[in-house]
Write a protein that binds this ligand. Structure first.
Ligand SMILES: [Zn+2]
Ligand SMILES: [Zn+2]
Length: 190
């Protein structure tokens, strides 16, 4: 079963729906993630609403291509699982490439059993750009790269694939979680 993420129009930066860009909605005590490589504040990429929780994705863009921001565990990106209750917009760091230029709603649309594939093969659906998929099977551009959970060392579960919503080198980004451990991971391939 494939569920596409379609361009759902632009929205306010704090809308509590799945979106690329805008402001992260975070729990009390949240500290904006810093890149291990350049020590700058990361860029907020996506808010994925899963009902009971939210997956929040960040990636360094202070020196694109120099911070291993495509690697799941090199410290150039971070992903979090937050309980859905009690979130509020994060305070923006004073410096760094912290936000995307616009906030785009990621609208889920069931698309039957056709496997997600190359964007060229999809074209617009319902007149809207395809910006990724929610769940289903990851479509890998390179070798399969399912990360192991930092908590329990088991392979993580696939959450979403994102295309072109941020600087993924022209490729695809992949979001994973381990729900028992409340761990999340992010990587991209091109
Ligand atoms: Zn960096
Ligand atoms: Zn785990």
């Amino acid at each position: 079963m494939t569920t596409l993420l379609l361009h759902g129009g632009e929205s306010a930066p704090t809308t509590p729906v799945s979106r690329a860009g805008g402001l992260p909605l975070v729990p009390a005590g949240f500290v904006w993630p810093l890149c291990v490589e350049c020590e700058g504040a990361m860029q907020f990429i996506a808010h994925l609403d899963r009902g009971k929780d939210v997956v929040s994705v960040f990636m360094c863009q202070n020196d694109p291509g120099l911070c291993q921001e495509w690697e799941p565990s090199a410290g150039g990106n971070r992903a979090f699982v937050f309980p859905a209750e009690g979130l509020s917009p994060a305070a923006l760091p004073a410096e760094g490439e912290t936000l995307l230029g616009r906030t785009v709603v990621l609208a889920a649309r069931p698309f039957g059993s056709v496997r997600y594939g190359e964007e060229e093969a999809w074209g617009p659906v319902d007149g809207r750009s395809v910006l990724g998929q929610l769940g289903g099977e990851p479509y890998w551009l390179q070798n399969e790269e399912t990360p192991d959970c930092a908590g329990c060392a088991q392979p993580m579960g696939f959450v979403a694939q994102l295309d072109e919503v941020a600087n993924f080198g022209g490729g695809y980004a992949y979001v994973f979680t381990c729900d028992p451990c409340r761990e999340a991971a992010f990587l991209w391939q091109c």
